[in-house]
Each structure stands twice: as C-alpha cells, then as structure tokens.
Design a protein around this ligand. Structure first.
Ligand code: GTP
Ligand code: MG
Length: 440
C-alpha cells in the first residue's frame, strides 16, 4: 500500500532532518515538495491545497519555530493533519432501531461490491451476527451465482429473487429476513460502467423501500481520482453514509484514500486489500496515516534517525536528571558526547532559550582538556556536589589543574547552564529529552 507515496514523503522529511533550525522559507519549500508528492499520488487538488494550508498554518506559527526538534515536529504536524483528513477516528457501522438492519452496497461496475458484501458478511459473522446476503444485482446473469458461491464458502445464506426488478427482490428479501430472524441484511446491488440515471433511479427506489441503516459506497482504490469523482456523483444522488476502498493490495497511489473523505464528507469505513474474504479491515485513520508516513508511528520515525550516543547511556542520564543527581562527572561525560555529535549549537540551539546561553560552553579540544583537568583535580565529593565549591576549594582545584580560579568559575557556570538546559528539556517530556541526548 502506498509504497511510492511513502518513499517520497520520507525523502522530504529526510531533507528536513539535516536542517538545524527551520525558517519560514524552508518550511514553505518542504510544503511545496509535499504538494508535488500528493498531486503525483493523485490526491484531489483542492484537498491537497486545504491540507497543506492547515499544515502551513501550524508549522509557521509558534509550534515549530519554538519547538525542541522542528524537523520532527513537521512530521508530527503532517501526521496529525493526515489523521484529521482521513476522518480522525474509526467510524463504526450503525444499526437500525428495529431489525433487520439493512446495509446497502453500491458502486461502479467491477469496483468490488459483491466481494465486499461477502467480506462484510464474514466480518459480521465473526462478531456473532447472523447476516443475510441479498443478490439484488439482476443486471448481470452470473451475478447471483457469484454471490451464492461466496455466501456458501462462508456459511452465510444468500437470498435470490425471481423476476427482473431488484426492488421487488429486496422487498421479498426483507420479509424473508424477518421470518427467519436474520440480521443484518446486506444488499449487493448492480453496477454500471458510468454513473447513469438508470442506475441511480434503481438505487433510489431500493433506498426508499429498504431504508438502509448504511449505504456503503465501494470505490476501487486503484483508480485514484476517478473513484473520487464517481463517489461525488453517487453521493449527490444517494447521500451514502460511508465508503469502502477495495483493491488496496494493488497498485494504489493513495489519491483515492486521501481524498474521498474530504470530498464526500462521509467517513471511510473499511479498506480491503486482497481477493480473499478475510482481507477486510475496519478503517482506522490513525493507523492509515502512520502507514502512509511509512512508520508504525512517529516514534519509529524518530528511532530511525541518526544515532550518535547509545540509547542506554542516554536513558541512564535521563534517569539521573530526573533524580537531580547530574554531577560534574556526568557533565564531563556529556560534553565528551556532545563533542562527538559535532556541532553542539546546532543541536541544542533548537531548544528555546538555550541557544544563547550555550554560546559560552566550549567544547573545542582545548576547552575540553581544561574541563577534564579541573574535574579530575576535584575530590569525589566535590564532583558529586558542586554546591560545596567555596573560594578555598576553587583555588585548590585551579592550582591542581595548573589553571586559574576564573577557569573554575567558568566551569561551574557552564555546568549550571547545562543543568538548567536539562531542566528545560525535561519539561519537554522524558522521551524527547532522551531523543535529544541520544541524538536521535
Ligand atoms: N486484488 C483485489 N481484488 C479484488 C478486491 N476486491 C475485489 N476484487 C476483485 O475485483 C473483481 C471485481 O469484484 P466484484 O466484487 O465482482 O465487483 P463488483 O463491484 O461486484 O462488480 P459488478 O457486480 O460487475 O459491478 C473480482 O475479480 C474480485 O476478485 C481486493 O480487495 N483486492
Ligand atoms: Mg457484483
């Protein structure tokens, strides 16, 4: 599903990752890239425009520029907006107040209606329901047999009518359903190559008679904007309650999946990815958004990023910080790690209020040697509790390291800044702190 879309979005985010601090212009540039990706995936132009407008609004505002890890926050914003675009939360099937509940399945020819009817029947059966399948497609001679074979394979009864009028068949089917106490009733209607009046009239008559709890529009996920256009046409006539995307196992670019909800205003209820009858999933916007972004979730995205310090060490440090026992030894250790990471400023400059203060923290070779010498000439107690460093102790330490008291003072100042910065990071949330510390 969506391999191409996913790979290309990943590339956009990868490019962002190299940037230490985001500006409005590089946010806009990335949004342009995302726009191209969406349009190439055959997303509806208006839907793409609105979507990017919302992302931009959030990204350019306070949220990104002041945030801890801007590039990752952009991914987060895109993810959040994708979830909203896809419908926010799972939309379950509605039942009728008086049984049987009728689910009417509609869509263009070959979109996968009959297969979906059987999949839905199977799905509901596993939930303890006793569904009835109704062959209301009298258009194609073999259609009833097709449904019969599928019904037989899952042990669900199939109602087949006499005559030529599908409305009469549906009427009889409902009567039959009440008599044998089955519920829900799933109507497999006929399709046409194009949306035409003939078909719509037939479907409207079935709708009036059966008063379905749900009209489910089946769209072929491989057809992109065509599916969205026919969805719109069907919706104008029938006001369906939800849609279903089929053939998502095929070569789908994602356009239909991303656009159909926004264009029709009706939720996606199921996706189906395979010819087998088990291949049906209730639609979860959050999971789909995660899939589109190519990660189970955003955390995994972060995990994939470049690793500099090992996770374990970062976790330990985080633990120390939480218990406020970040010592001078840890400080030295941390400076060594930071130096390994390259530019300290580019990494920590992203944290609000920290960039300025860090200007003083030297992590060049010489500065590091000095810090090392100073810390090594402290007693264990002094390293653990820098607050006991009075003037006399500072003088002694400076002598021991062959440096001046000013050097000691600067060290303590830098240490305090580091502690302060850690506190800020901690406020940003424990996970985030660990990610920054481990360079992930
Ligand atoms: N790969 C794949 N094939 C599917 C899926 N759903 C349906 N198909 C196939 O698509 C073809 C058409 O499916 P049908 O269920 O007959 O479609 P329909 O909408 O009922 O077609 P008409 O009744 O002719 O309008 C069949 O060959 C199905 O096996 C799916 O999720 N994945
Ligand atoms: Mg069919």
């Amino acid at each position: 599903m969506f391999e191409d879309l996913t790979a290309r979005l990943d590339q956009v985010f990868r490019n962002l990752r190299g940037i230490g601090k985001l500006s409005e212009s590089n946010i806009r540039e990335s949004l342009q890239d995302i726009r191209r990706v969406l349009l190439d995936a055959d997303v509806n132009v208006q839907v793409a425009r609105d979507f990017l407008g919302r992302v931009e609004e959030r990204a350019i505002g306070q949220e990104v520029v002041k945030s801890v890890l801007p590039a990752q926050l952009i991914v987060k914003i895109v993810y959040d907006e994708l979830v909203l675009l896809l419908g926010e939360k799972e939309s379950r099937l509605v039942s009728a107040q008086t049984p049987p509940t009728v689910f009417m399945v509609v869509g263009l020819q070959g979109s996968g209606k009959t297969t979906f009817c059987a999949k839905l029947a199977r799905h509901l059966k596993t939930k303890g329901k006793r569904p009835l399948l109704v062959a209301a497609d009298l258009q194609r001679p073999a259609a009833q047999d097709q449904l019969q074979i599928l019904g037989d394979s899952i042990g669900v009864p199939v109602f087949r009518g006499e005559g030529k009028d599908p409305v009469v068949v549906c009427d009889n089917a409902l009567r039959h359903a009440r008599k044998i106490s089955v519920d829900p009733v799933i109507l497999d209607t006929s399709g046409r190559l194009h949306v035409d009046d003939d078909l719509m009239n037939e479907l409207e008559r079935i709708q009036k008679l059966t008063k379905p709890a749900e009209i489910l529009f089946v769209a072929d996920g491989m057809t992109g904007q065509d599916a969205v256009n026919s969805a719109r046409a069907f919706h104008e006539r029938l006001q369906f309650s939800g849609s279903v995307l089929t053939k998502m196992d095929g070569d789908t670019r994602g356009g239909a999946a991303l656009s159909i909800r926004a264009v029709t205003g009706k939720p996606l209820k199921f996706v189906s990815a395979g010819e087998k009858l088990e291949a049906l999933e209730p639609f979860h916007p959050d999971r789909m958004a995660g899939r589109i972004l190519g990660k189970g979730d955003i955390v995994t995205f972060v995990e994939k990023a470049q690793q500099v310090v090992d996770e374990e060490k970062a976790a330990k440090l985080e633990e120390k910080l939480r218990h406020a026992d970040f010592t001078l030894t840890d400080f030295l250790d941390q400076l060594r790690q930071l130096k390994k990471m390259g530019s300290l400023e580019s990494l920590l400059g992203m944290i609000p209020g920290v960039g300025q203060q860090l200007r003083n923290v030297q992590v060049d070779e010489k500065g590091l040697k000095h810090l090392e010498a100073l810390i090594l000439s402290m007693t264990v107690e002094e390293r653990e509790r820098p607050d006991i460093l009075n003037a006399r102790r500072r003088r002694r330490i400076a002598m021991g390291a062959g440096l001046t008291v000013q050097h000691v003072n600067r060290l303590i100042q830098q240490y305090d800044q580091m502690v302060h910065m850690m506190k800020k990071l901690r406020k940003a949330g424990p996970g985030q702190l660990r990610r920054v510390l481990s360079g992930r």
